[in-house]
Design a protein around this ligand. Structure first.
Ligand code: LMR
Length: 334
């Protein structure tokens, strides 16, 4: 009698769901450290929407923004352990994982334009970098753009000499460490979630980030000066736990690949406008003075920062740096 009731219930469920057995969805936990209202935050939400639609609900994507689940270093460990399935760390955060080549993206002035950047991320250089993640149990799915960085602090920063002795927060990249030292500053690695408080309490004097991060973390409220220096780039690698990814049913993986392609197009289409909007909002807040370098000052910055490219050859690999420079040359940049 009991068995008959169970069979009846299952038949009813099959009618409702169209399945003999209602399936529990595959859950993708996608953790990141920035606000929802940023290029990465918006792209993660778009991926969730597209992925759930493309898999007709067989996949559920749970997005955890703003370091609510894990902070910078922890999130990479969590991914390797399988506690989360997907992340999009900044390209400056792969050094501690032992994949130092990613720090090529941090070299000052390495990308003369976004076109060069896209040739790198969408071409063989981007693919080769992703191959280096496989031995770490990680699969690279896509590169998401953010933008060129500005400098912020409580003192004006017009020429490199202004940085002398300043404590500057950096991400965990040796290239960024060398960059700040070249400017005469004292770099300090801090997790993104700790930056606002460190700036507010004076643990550090300043930092660098694209405007979208500066604004959404309210850093402009505790930084009197911003310099539009465009001295370096910040973008992301969307990565998954390899074992999880390889273990997915093939049709699901294909659907997720498609969703990721569309989310990537969206991410790259909104990045610049999100940063422009954020800069405008900082300007309107009236809390921060925004400074544009004169051509002479720009030349001084370049003179001090360009040698970092050579200095970091041993760490990143000359071949990777040359490959990036070749992409720039292909577009007519020297
Ligand atoms: C930072 O740590 O400064 C940022 O790169 C955070 C992010 O993911 O954009």
């Amino acid at each position: 009698m009991k068995l008959k009731t169970l069979l009846l219930a299952l038949t009813a469920a099959a009618v409702v769901t169209g399945n003999a057995f209602a399936q529990t969805p595959i859950v993708i936990k996608f953790s990141h450290v920035v606000a929802n209202d940023t290029p990465k935050g918006k792209a993660a939400d778009r991926f969730k929407e597209l992925a759930e639609k493309a898999t007709k609900g067989r996949v559920k994507v749970e997005v955890y923004p703003n370091s609510t689940l894990y902070k910078d270093k922890e999130e990479l460990e969590a991914l390797q352990l399988g506690a989360v399935q997907m992340l999009a760390p900044s390209l400056a955060k792969f050094g501690p994982l032992g994949v130092k080549e990613f720090e090529v993206f941090d070299l000052p002035y390495i990308f003369p334009s976004k076109d060069v950047l896209y040739r790198v991320t969408e071409g063989p250089v981007g693919k080769d970098l992703f191959k280096k993640l496989e031995s770490k149990g990680i699969t690279g799915l896509a590169y998401w753009d953010n933008g060129f960085k500005v400098m912020s602090s409580n003192k004006p920063m017009h020429v490199p000499a202004d940085f002398k002795g300043m404590k500057m927060r950096i991400q965990s990249s040796k290239v960024l460490d060398a960059q700040m030292r070249a400017l005469g500053a004292n770099p300090q690695v801090l997790a993104f979630s700790e930056v606002y408080q460190a700036l507010q309490t004076g643990v550090v004097d300043g930092t660098e980030n694209p405007p979208s991060n500066l604004y959404t973390q309210k850093m402009h409220e505790v930084q009197k000066h911003v310099t539009l220096s465009d001295h370096g780039y910040l973008g992301y690698a969307v990565i998954v736990n390899k074992k999880f990814w390889d273990g997915l049913p093939a049709d699901i993986r294909t659907a997720l690949d498609g969703a990721m392609k569309d989310a990537t197009k969206y991410a790259n289409a909104i990045a610049q406008q999100e940063n422009d909007k954020a800069m405008e909002a900082v300007r309107k807040s009236g809390k921060t003075t925004i400074y544009s370098l004169t051509p002479g000052e720009k030349a001084e910055w370049r003179k001090v920062l360009l040698p970092v490219q050579k200095e970091m050859e041993g760490r990143i690999g000359k071949d990777v740096i040359t490959a990036v420079n070749k992409e720039a040359a292909a577009l007519g940049y020297k």
